[in-house]
Design a protein around this ligand. Structure first.
Ligand SMILES: Nc1nc2c(c(=O)[nH]1)N[C@H]1C(S)=C(S)[C@@H](COP(=O)(O)O)O[C@H]1N2
Ligand SMILES: [Mo]
Length: 501
């Protein structure tokens, strides 16, 4: 029997070393993209994660939001990184195999580079980061090939390939990761102090001081202006918008469509407002409730000049492909913010401008806003198409985030929020709901959509006990005791926690 056919089959099947080096080339391809783009939509992983978040069945998405929470987002990004690495790896492996079959390995490397650029560009539409992806793949393949040609070595060529490929991929990946973390070549333009008129600036300082003064002195309790404001997005990466090229238009059922540039909006009369936001998808005692001081303009100052011809509703559309619909009447108290806590609105919170709709769930507070379309008829927004009902007013909630156990006394504290209804009272039970006492509330901040802090101290009963919190809104309505899930219209119920002194 001739052994040749066996050897041919062997040659066609890639050996483990080549598979390994190709996968590492895939890692380098992802890192190359990250080096240039940072964590933006130009990073190959962004569109993959976004497509998964958009296309997966809504049951899986809801499970991710309600059960996994932030871990669900992380899982999505990890899966997207894996997909990108494998896709680039398969390109590297098959192109280099083709190059060998043609007896021209450099052709295979060039092909791998070209396909790498092509795939990345197809996903991101971003030339620079795509070239960085393809080039990184090509460099890993080329260097590992060069290493096999080293003469006078004790090490076998196959092993040299793996060593050379690994070293190159490692260097490119670590370098790419470190550089990309700083924002890549394209560093973000915001994260700067807001440049507004003297009186507005002075008012920001006064209002932030007031929030500071009003914050209860409780160890571990987040102040009235959040130090870390939560973020919820349909995409893993935030859009990078050039404010010079951005505009906001009022369209649809209006007498005349109007469009505004960033500069036009920035030169209109501005205002400062405290507004709290809460996500409909958060857990009952979750952390997706926060407050900030926003700077911007009343949204109707932009809409009125277009003269809406319909009373029904509006669709707010954004640069990330997000859209939410709600009644025009809710928009009438709305605000368009371009500043946050005295800084330019951060990219993660909607730079250059976002909507703030008082008293409503977070989702209609559309970030990266580009269009306000007046509608003649109701339509579903992004989350409503996925089964949520998150466009209405928020549920009343009293959160319990702080338990400070002292020697004789125990201090419990948290935040309470009821949107524009305001908070009238927070009550605490330390015996599982049998008896109730009134908690201390922080002095209210100006504004009609602002949370409050509460705190309560009591003598330690010694043993384990259940603390329950319930809030009454400004209309005198006690929040319902019955617990409901976040899906579909927001969590509800009294928060309770077991305390062990
Ligand atoms: N363009 C856009 N706007 C958006 C979202 C989004 O994914 N894209 N998420 C919404 C949701 S669900 C919430 S809860 C709030 C959160 O705002 P924050 O990220 O500034 O906290 O933004 C809303 N606005
Ligand atoms: Mo949300």
């Amino acid at each position: 029997m001739n052994a040749a056919p066996v050897r041919t089959v062997h040659r066609l099947l890639p050996d483990a070393g080549r598979v390994f080096v190709s996968l590492l080339a895939g890692v380098a391809g992802v890192a190359g993209s990250y080096a240039v783009a940072g964590f933006t939509p130009s990073f190959v992983v962004g569109p993959i994660a976004g497509t998964m978040a958009r296309q997966l069945p809504s049951e899986i998405i809801t499970f991710g939001i309600v059960v996994l929470g932030d871990a669900g987002d992380q899982l999505n990004v990890v899966a997207a990184v894996g997909i990108a690495v494998v896709a680039f790896g398969v390109v590297a492996l098959s192109c280099s195999a083709l190059g060998r079959r043609l007896d021209a390995p450099p052709v295979g490397i060039l092909l791998a580079t070209a396909f790498g650029v092509g795939i990345a560009f197809g996903l991101t539409g971003a030339p620079l980061s795509s070239i960085a992806s393809g080039a990184s793949i090509g460099v890993v393949l080329a260097v590992s090939d060069l290493f096999t040609g080293v003469v006078d070595s004790e090490v076998s060529p196959a092993r040299r390939r793996v060593l050379g490929g690994t070293a190159t991929a490692l260097a490119l990946s670590v370098g790419g990761f470190v550089f990309g973390r700083q924002g890549g070549i394209r560093r973000s333009e915001e994260a700067a102090a807001l440049d507004v008129s003297e009186p507005i600036m002075a008012e920001i300082a006064t209002m932030l001081d007031e929030a500071d003064d009003n914050s209860l002195a409780v160890t571990g309790l987040e102040p009235l202006v959040s130090e870390e404001f939560y973020e919820v997005d349909i995409n893993a990466t935030d859009p990078t918008i050039d404010s010079e090229a951005w505009s906001l238009s009022v369209t649809g059922a209006v007498e005349e469509e109007v469009s505004y540039t960033y500069d036009e909006i920035r030169t209109m009369d501005g205002e400062n407002r405290f507004v709290s936001l809460r996500c409909v998808g958060e857990g009952l005692n979750g952390k997706k409730l926060d407050n900030a001081l926003w700077t911007g303009v009343p949204i109707m100052d932009l809409v009125d000049p277009a003269v809406p011809a319909e009373e029904c509703c509006v669709m707010l559309r954004a640069a990330d492909g997000f859209y939410e619909e709600f009644p025009l009447s809710a928009l009438s108290d709305g605000f368009l913010a371009y500043g946050m806590n005295g800084d330019v609105l951060p990219r993660g919170h909607g730079y250059p401008a976002r909507a703030l709709i008082p008293g409503h769930w977070g989702e209609i507070n559309v970030k990266w806003l580009t269009e306000i379309e007046v509608l003649e008829q109701e339509q579903d927004g992004y989350w409503e198409e996925r089964g949520w009902h998150g466009t209405g007013p928020v549920n009343t909630v009293g959160k319990l985030h702080v338990v400070n156990v002292g020697e004789d006394t125990i201090e419990v504290a948290g935040h309470a929020y009821a949107g524009t209804r305001g908070i009238e009272r927070v009550e605490v039970s330390t015996d599982g709901g049998d008896s109730w006492s009134e908690a201390t509330l922080s002095e209210p901040l100006p504004g009609d959509d602002v949370w409050r802090q509460w705190s309560y101290s009591y003598d330690s009963p010694g043993g384990e006990h259940d603390v329950v919190v319930r809030a009454t809104d400004g209309e005198g309505t006690l929040q319902p005791k019955a617990e409901t899930d976040a899906f579909p219209s927001g969590p509800s119920g009294w928060v309770s926690r077991t305390v062990r002194p």
